[in-house]
Each structure stands twice: as C-alpha cells, then as structure tokens.
Design a protein around this ligand. Structure first.
Ligand SMILES: [Cu+2]
Length: 125
C-alpha cells in the first residue's frame, strides 16, 4: 500500500515536471513578424517570404510553403534559415499574379515542440 502510494506520487511528480519544464525553462517558438505582413494587401509580387520567430528555431524539419487561392503551392521550395539569426526563415517565390496567398510554416522550437501556423497576404493588380 505504501509502495503504491509512493509510485503514484512519483508519477505525478514526473508528469508535473514534464509538462512544466518546457514553459518555464525553454521557449516555445511563436511567429512575431513576417514580410509580407499578416493580412497585408500589396501591389507588387514579393521576391521572398520572410518569417521571424521569438527565438531561434531548429535547423531540422523547417518548412515554409506559399499556397495560392486554388490550393497550388507556388514557392520555390528553397526555405533557408538565416545563419546569424536563427529566428529568421525565408523562401523565394516566382513573380506571383494577383491573388490571396496562404503562407504555412513549420518549425521545431528550442524546447523541441513542433510549431505550425499560417497567415495570408493579398496581391492586388
Ligand atoms: Cu513549446
């Protein structure tokens, strides 16, 4: 009986530490800025899409995709991470026609959590 109690207590301690540690010690990546900006309406096709996070992100599994209103991927599939600023990802895009585009991103935070998100921008003729 005593053993069972201790083990339950230990399990709950481990669980608490596991769920608390990432939030108290390490950062969970959050997108803080982009170019084009979220929900921006622009008149000239951008040459590249930039996404910045609140902290550097992992080199692995990083992805930035630009999708047009028909669901077609239109970026050049060349996502890169800035060497001196690991919080900055970017990819290039060809000349884009007027449309509303969705940018989807996926990164691994320093706390090892995978973060995905999206935002839109519009190009008007
Ligand atoms: Cu996290």
């Amino acid at each position: 009986m005593k053993f069972k109690y201790s083990r339950a207590l230990f399990k709950s301690f481990v669980f608490t530490v596991t769920i608390m540690t990432p939030f108290s010690v390490l950062a969970h990546a959050i997108m803080v800025k982009s170019q084009p900006e979220q929900n921006a309406t622009i008149t000239i096709s951008p040459k590249q899409i930039d996404v910045w996070f609140n902290d550097k992100v992992g080199d692995e599994y990083k992805a930035v995709a630009v999708i047009d209103s028909k669901g077609n991927r239109v970026d050049n599939k060349d996502v890169k991470q800035e060497i001196l600023d690991g919080s900055h990802l970017y990819c290039t895009v060809p000349m884009l026609p007027a449309d509303t585009y969705t940018v989807r991103y996926r990164v691994v935070s320093i706390d090892t959590h995978i973060v995905t998100g999206k935002f839109q921008f519009t190009i008007k003729p």
